[in-house]
Design a protein around this ligand. Structure first.
Ligand code: ADP
Ligand code: MG
Length: 241
C-alpha cells in the first residue's frame, strides 16, 4: 500500500513481522476498521486527541489484531495510549468473578500512577475496574478485605506484584493482555528476576504480550523474542541503547 509506505517513510516508522496491518490515519478510522467502542473515541476527543502519533498509528492495529508487539518510540511519543486504547477496547467492561484480565507492568510507582490516570480517562463511561497495586491495595488483598475479582485491569511495579503473587493474594492466570512499559528498565539487573516470576504467573495460553520502550538494547530485544510469538516489531525513529 502506497499510502502506508509514504506514511512510514515520513514518520521514520520501521515495521517488521508477518501480516502487518496498515497504520491508522485517525482515531476515527478505528470505528470502521476495528469496531472501536464509541465511548472510547468520545474519551479521546474529550482530551482533544484526534490524530494518532506514529507509535499509536502502528501499534494500535497490531494489538487489536491480537498480535504480540515489540515497540520502541521516544519518550513523550504517546506510548501509553498506544497500548491503553487496545486494552480498554478488548476488555470493554467489567466481567464478574474473573479477576485481572489485563496487566500493565511499570518500573516505578510514579509511572504506574501516570498510567493509572490515563487508563481511567480512557475507560470513563464504562464499568471497567482498574486497580493500582500499592501498599494499601496489596494489604487489602492480603487480608481479604477486597477481592481481586472486583477488578479487570492491574497496574503495578514488579516487586510489589511479586510479593502479592508469592503470598497467594493475587493470581494472574486469567490475564489475557500483558504490557511491559519501559521494558528496557524491566529487563535490567534487579528487575529481571521479578519480571520472570510475573511472566511465569501469567499462565494463560492465550496471553497477548506487548513490550514498549524508549530504547531497545540488543539484550532486551533478545529477551523479548524469547517470550513472544510471531511479534510485530515497530521502531519509530532510531532505536538507542
Ligand atoms: P511516552 O510513554 O511515549 O513517553 P506518553 O504516553 O506519556 O508518552 O504521552 C506523552 C504526552 O502526549 C501525554 O501528555 C499524552 O497525553 C499526550 N498524547 C498522547 N497521545 C496523543 C495524541 N494522539 N495527540 C495528542 N497528545 C497525545
Ligand atoms: Mg511512557
Amino acid at each position: 500500500n502506497e499510502d502506508a509506505r509514504v506514511y512510514r517513510k515520513h514518520h521514520h516508522c520501521k515495521v517488521s513481522g508477518d501480516d502487518i496491518p496498515l497504520p491508522i490515519g485517525s482515531f476515527e478510522d478505528l470505528l470502521s476498521r476495528f469496531q472501536l467502542h464509541k465511548h472510547l473515541l468520545d474519551n479521546l476527543n474529550k482530551q482533544n486527541f484526534t490524530d494518532p502519533t506514529p507509535i499509536q498509528a502502528e501499534a494500535i492495529p497490531a494489538l487489536l489484531n491480537g498480535r504480540d508487539v515489540i515497540a520502541c518510540a521516544p519518550t513523550g511519543s504517546g506510548k501509553t495510549l498506544a497500548y491503553g486504547i487496545p486494552l480498554v477496547q478488548a476488555l470493554h467492561e467489567h466481567k464478574k468473578n474473573v479477576g485481572f484480565r489485563g496487566l500493565i507492568l511499570a518500573p516505578t510507582r510514579e509511572l504506574a500512577a501516570q498510567i493509572y490516570d490515563e487508563v481511567i480517562k480512557l475507560s470513563r463511561g464504562r464499568d471497567l475496574q482498574v486497580c493500582i497495586l500499592n501498599k494499601s491495595t496489596a494489604t487489602k488483598f492480603r487480608n481479604k478485605v477486597v477481592s481481586p475479582q472486583k477488578y479487570d485491569i492491574l497496574i503495578s511495579t514488579p516487586l510489589r506484584l511479586v510479593e502479592s503473587i508469592k503470598d497467594g493474594s493475587i493470581e494472574l492466570n486469567n490475564v489475557h493482555h500483558l504490557i511491559l512499559d519501559e521494558a528496557d528498565k524491566l529487563f535490567e539487573q534487579g528487575f529481571l528476576e521479578q519480571t520472570d516470576d510475573i511472566l511465569a504467573a501469567c499462565s494463560n495460553k492465550q496471553l497477548q504480550r506487548a513490550l514498549f520502550s524508549a530504547t531497545l538494547p540488543s539484550g532486551v530485544e533478545t529477551m523479548a523474542h524469547t517470550i513472544m510469538h510471531a511479534p510485530i516489531r515497530v521502531i519509530i525513529g532510531h532505536k538507542e541503547g
